[in-house]
Design a protein around this ligand. Structure first.
Ligand code: 5AD
Ligand code: SF4
Length: 439
């Protein structure tokens, strides 16, 4: 039986790179003649673009598959289901066995999605988790229509092998896309409506092409006239070069925001994590970055309850947070991932202890986020309008420091407007159009 899908829906979980991959898969299927739909339950084909970073993320995939079978398109064998992303890469065969989906496609193979879907439509499940040497990017259609803030993958994979992390296994070794291909894609994104581009990579600041480093790429993109803002994420402390720090001082379009995960505050834990930086080297690095760009907003990732973490070691994480004053941050309970060294380490921490530590850490991080927001009260800054707010006439945009800003007025998506920050809450700001000073 052949059941060629006419409509599709892509649902992405996890990181921003998955969001980017999901957009590219949608473009690919649209170019193949399928029509996108917002309603997963009405689609002939649903692509679940999965995340494998923590346990819960994996479980979500199986419950989503169950939900689609129950509430998704009925008749003709139900919706076709394709599992993409890092769970597909890590558990390909297992997914086909356990959940009987139609297609499994890994993050380095999704340029083959239309062919895999066509093969599966003929009746047999298909799987492609190859990591070919030739990059998928050359096989993807050009960018067409994007929002004012767009993602652009410049680097994939990771060679760092932090002992808790699956990324080096699911995304493979560090690979950088060529300079010219990235500049071309950035120009296409700008032509398609982007005013801000966030360069993505699991180790984005390890990006390189010959002699060039990420700062050279940022300086080149800053010369694209209609591109107002450049961001990049996620960075590793060890790849934070002087050139990149200098770019934060010199490049006007590079936003004053840096996501620089530290994970933990204790040197023993950092060593066990194989982080290859210490608490002190991280703090010294932040001093250098702040000297170059004093108003930079810092963000980070934290793991509590890494195997063997004592209360005293956790307290060092809290002290590091106090010392840095993050503008925002993500924090997670350690989750043992199959095949990673930490999963087999002694001293796995009890769930209740992790809950307690996570709560204390998040209390500190929320306090600092609110304080950071409060410190922008009364300041003037540009806000890039990204979408409508919930109330009539309300718009939602981002400050240079990546805060969400609500504004009421006669604006449009993509406007870059000068506002004064009038109110600061824990999670967002309210801005009013700035009154230009009389000359
Ligand atoms: N358990 C908990 N958190 C993890 N992260 C990565 N692997 C794990 C894990 N096994 C977190 C790290 C990383 C972020 C993307 O996810 O903090 O920076
Ligand atoms: Fe995972 Fe560490 Fe690589 Fe980040 S640097 S992707 S945490 S292994």
């Amino acid at each position: 039986m052949t059941r060629t899908p006419k409509t599709f829906h892509v649902k992405s979980f996890g990181c921003q790179m998955n969001v980017y991959d999901g957009e590219r898969m949608a473009e690919l299927m649209a170019a193949d003649g399928m029509v996108a739909t917002d309603d997963a339950n009405a689609a002939d084909l649903v692509v679940l673009n999965t995340c494998h970073i923590r346990e819960k993320a994996t479980e979500k995939v199986y419950s989503d598959i169950g939900r689609l079978r129950k509430y998704g398109k009925q008749g003709d064998g139900g919706p076709m289901i394709a599992v993409a992303g890092c769970v597909a890469q890590a558990e390909g065969d297992e997914i086909i066995r356990r959940a009987k989906v139609d297609v499994v496609v890994g993050p380095q193979a999704y340029h083959n999605l239309p062919r895999l879907v066509a093969d599966a439509a003929a009746g047999t499940p298909t799987l492609d988790t190859d990591m070919p040497l030739a990059s998928k990017f050359g096989a993807l259609p050009a960018r067409r229509k994007v929002g004012p803030s767009a993602f652009l993958t410049v680097q994939e994979g990771c060679d760092k092998f932090c002992t808790y992390c699956v990324v080096p296994y699911t995304r493979g070794a560090e690979v950088s896309r060529p300079f010219a291909a990235i500049v071309d894609e950035a120009k296409a994104l700008v032509d398609a409506g982007a005013r801000e581009i966030t360069l993505l990579g699991q180790n984005v600041n390890a990006w390189t092409d010959g002699e060039r480093g990420l700062h050279d790429l940022i300086r080149a993109l800053d010369r694209i006239p209609a591109l107002a803002r450049i961001r990049y994420t996620t960075s590793h402390p060890n790849d934070m070069t002087q050139g990149l720090i200098d770019a934060h001082r010199d490049v006007e379009g590079l936003m004053p925001f840096l996501h620089l995960p530290v994970q933990a505050g204790s040197d023993r834990v950092l060593r066990a994590m194989n982080r290859s930086h210490t608490r002190d080297s991280y703090l010294t690095l932040l001093d250098r970055i702040r000297a170059a760009r004093p108003d930079i907003a810092l963000s980070g990732d934290f793991i509590v309850g890494f195997p063997g973490e004592t209360e005293a070691e956790f307290a060092e994480t809290l002290r590091l947070v106090d010392a840095v004053g993050y503008a925002q941050a993500f924090s997670f309970k350690y989750s043992p991932r199959p095949g990673t060294p930490a999963a087999d380490m002694d001293g796995q921490v009890a769930a209740a202890v992790m809950d307690d530590r996570l709560q204390r850490l998040q209390t500190a991080l929320n306090r600092d986020q609110h304080a950071f927001n409060a410190a922008t009260l009364g300041r003037r800054c540009d806000v890039l309008i990204e979408r409508r707010g919930k109330l009539p006439g309300q718009w939602l945009g981002k400050s240079p420091w990546l805060q969400s800003v609500h504004i009421v007025g006669d604006h449009a998506i993509g406007d870059l407007i000068d506002v004064a920050i009038a109110e600061a809450g824990p999670n967002s700001l309210r801005g009013t159009p700035a009154i230009a000073q009389a000359a």
